[in-house]
Design a protein around this ligand. Structure first.
Ligand SMILES: [Zn+2]
Length: 450
């Protein structure tokens, strides 16, 4: 096996490495930083959720802060119990096996006042939850799902996500409940509708209508990961929700006005222009586009259409892409490496000029002269590259950032909140960092007041 075989672990490691490198460069929002119980409890207190139990230590803090006396402890500690046993000559029981407690489900993954949880698969069976929603097939959302998932706990997702889960995670089929987009379905007596999230293929925004909400604001919207482009905010399904949402769970990945990256169409057009320019400078140019397992396909497709060529993908990626309902993409895919000057590779590879140089060398090894390349251009499509200059990374190797994001820019988040005017907003990303949380709360309040 070479380092460039399409290996799922390698792919994931590259993505993780890029994310770590990016995180090291700047304190970027990251859902993972909200997973630590100690930090997101503060967020829970701020953004509010009366249904979640607060651990004892934090309860003591809150009681002190509220000026309440601490509750008397009920249970004796292990040391006191041992003293009592010794005093009365009671036998000492064998030590209890140490069992790791399941992580506690963060409050923003539980839908308040309902039996639903969203993208919450790493916490065991969450008490009170009877239906799980999977918004899309990205690992930070499906983490914890595997073939051991109990078949009696239903998972609602779109048909594309359903096929991806079945292909890769082998979840018991009886647990999976695919629901097409824009189709109202009753789940445990609650109407559930998935709307297009404009994120990766199959991604959905979940709209719930619990009977407990007032008729003037009957909806809860959980955006999962989404890009609130004008086309999404202007759709009749979304405009109909203006002023009618009680609670909005919002993807706040870029809830910071520094992230003013361009619309997707503009970012894609810039990538196409850069590719055409580079092709004019090199006789035989290999172009590679970085991508997650799924997501960012629009960049590769636009390049293929502009250059009128096929897109080479490895076998495992071809399997994933076959789960999409996307004929235009399917028509461009090929498994024929020779003569295909456009490849999709793991995103992490495009952050490493050395890896790109090695990839170029590997493609040329043993290839007929007609299929050899003299240069490689890597595209790295992510909102984090906004404002970064293209990098010449050595002879014949260059890397171009594409400010193409499948999350909303700060301006789009503002437009979304201003349009919907929800009763309350709960951020779902970066809530674990107190500084970011305060800045987000200030921005969200401004947008809601506007
Ligand atoms: Zn995602």
């Amino acid at each position: 096996m070479t380092p460039f075989d399409d290996d799922a672990d390698w792919d994931a490691a590259c993505v993780a490495a890029v994310q770590l490198a990016e995180a090291a460069r700047a304190p970027l929002p990251n859902e993972c930083d909200a997973e630590d119980e100690d930090v997101w409890l503060d967020a829970e207190a701020e953004f509010g959720n009366e249904t979640c139990a607060v651990p004892e230590r934090r309860q003591l803090d809150l009681r002190a802060w509220l000026g309440l006396a601490p509750r008397a402890k009920k249970a004796k500690t292990g040391a006191v119990q041992a003293d009592i046993r010794a005093l009365f000559g009671a036998p000492v029981p064998p030590p209890e096996p140490v069992v790791a407690a399941p992580r506690r489900c963060p409050f923003y993954k539980r839908i308040e006042g309902t039996p639903f949880a969203v993208d919450a698969f790493g916490y065991g069976a969450v008490p009170g939850v009877q239906a799980y929603i999977l918004t899309h097939f990205h690992s930070d959302h499906y983490g914890g799902l595997d073939k051991h998932w109990p078949a009696h706990l239903p998972i609602y997702c779109t048909p594309v996500t359903d096929r991806l889960v079945a292909l890769r995670l082998r979840v018991p089929p009886a647990a999976l409940r695919p629901v097409p987009l824009n189709t109202r379905t009753l789940v445990l007596g609650v109407p559930l509708t998935f709307l297009d999230a404009n994120h990766c293929p199959g991604a959905a925004v979940a709209l719930l209508q619990p009977a407990s909400l007032p008729p003037s604001r009957p909806f809860i919207l959980h955006t999962g990961d989404f890009r609130a482009a004008p086309s999404l905010l202007g759709s009749p399904q979304v405009t109909a929700l203006a002023h009618r949402i009680s609670l909005l769970y919002l993807d706040t990945t870029y809830c910071d006005e520094r992230y003013a990256f361009p619309p997707q169409e503009e970012a894609v057009a810039a990538a196409v222009a850069a590719a055409l320019r580079a092709r004019g400078q090199h006789r035989r140019l290999l172009i590679v586009v970085g991508a997650y397992y799924i997501g960012k396909e629009r960049v590769a497709l636009a390049l293929a259409e502009a250059l009128d060529c096929a897109i080479f993908v490895e076998a495992s990626r071809a399997q994933l892409y076959a789960c999409f309902d996307w004929p235009a993409l399917q028509a461009r895919l090929t498994r024929q490496r020779e003569g295909s000057p456009l490849h999709v590779v793991p995103l992490g590879w495009c952050a490493s000029p050395a890896k790109l140089a090695a990839y170029l060398e590997q493609q040329n090894q043993g290839a007929p002269p007609a299929y050899c390349y003299d240069a490689i251009l890597g595209f790295r499509p992510t909102g984090w590259t906004h404002g970064q200059a293209p990098r010449k990374a050595g002879k014949g190797v260059s890397v171009e950032g594409v400010a193409y994001s499948e999350h909303s820019s700060a301006r789009e988040l503002a437009a979304c909140v201003r349009l919907l005017q929800p009763g309350r907003v709960i951020p779902t990303v970066s809530v674990g960092n107190a500084g970011k949380r305060e800045a987000m709360a200030k921005l969200l309040a401004e947008w809601q007041a506007a």
